[in-house]
Ligand binder design. Structure first.
Ligand code: ZN
Length: 258
């Protein structure tokens, strides 16, 4: 690898060339793509949620108090996410998925901004789930966050499934809860078939997802890492971009790719 690219024009050119030369690309995103939409990186030290005790899945199952606290956080997050708008980086990813070589978008984010920016549902894997709806833990029935909020406001108790009476929980993957196996398998399958793998706004420290770029690279893909901080995988990347994501990707949001 050469050194990281820190100049906007050079980063844009390198990125345009990488996508133009690709036929099968995978994009992998983390919190850094959404910070420019005003959503804090809640894993970062001192970040909004780093000071809170995580609520573990087992606690959610066993404690009404934990469930109510979890719902309070879900409602706060839902409000924050609803106020945020997808930025040019989200729009570029959506454009590349709809009209360009991107065949799968894998995200660690739960903010729903990829779906809202127009990435087709069947091309999107949300590894940590999404905060934009809830599901019954027993029968899988979909429930709306706003309905849960109404129920708690009215009864003071956490919501139960209207179909089977089971516990209802926001459709995020909680601490101590297994990641959906089929989603991870799909991400791995696409990663090893890709000729271009682009990691954006992720520090690549949360495994197993952080293994995806390594798998793609070992299987022959060109690897691009765009992040505002160095990552442990910069050394194996073909291209490292250290420029602001929204500005760097803006031309790809507007380009006619067809
Ligand atoms: Zn149910």
């Amino acid at each position: 690898m050469n050194g990281p690219i820190t100049k906007l024009a050079a980063a844009r050119t390198a990125l345009a060339e990488a996508f133009a030369g690709a036929t099968r690309a995978v994009v992998f995103t983390g919190a850094g793509i959404s910070t420019e939409s005003g959503i804090p990186d809640f894993r970062s030290p001192g970040g909004l949620w780093s000071r809170m005790q995580p609520i573990y899945y087992d606690d959610f199952l066993s404690s009404e108090e934990a469930r109510l606290e979890d719902w309070r956080r879900r409602f706060d997050m839902a409000r924050l996410f609803a106020e945020a708008e997808p930025n040019a980086a989200h729009l570029a990813v959506a454009n590349l998925a709809r009209h360009g070589p991107v065949c799968l978008v894998v995200t660690q984010n739960i903010d729903g901004l990829h779906a809202r920016s127009g990435v087709p549902r069947d091309m999107l894997v949300e590894l940590h789930g999404t905060n934009d709806h809830a599901r019954c833990l027993d029968c899988g029935e979909r429930h709306e966050i706003s309905h849960a909020q109404g129920t708690i406001a009215k009864t003071g108790a956490s919501p139960r499934c209207t179909r089977c009476g089971g516990l209802v929980k926001a459709a995020i993957v909680s601490f101590g809860q297994a990641m959906p196996q089929e989603d991870m398998e799909r991400a791995m399958t696409e990663a090893v078939q890709a000729d271009l793998f682009v990691a954006m706004g992720t520090s690549l420290v949360v495994y197993p997802a952080a293994a995806l770029p390594i798998m793609a690279k070992e299987a022959g893909a060109q690897l691009v890492i765009a992040n505002n901080q160095p990552t442990d995988q910069d050394g194996i990347a073909d291209l490292v971009l250290r420029t602001p994501l929204a500005e760097t990707f803006r031309p790809l949001a507007e380009a006619s790719l067809v």
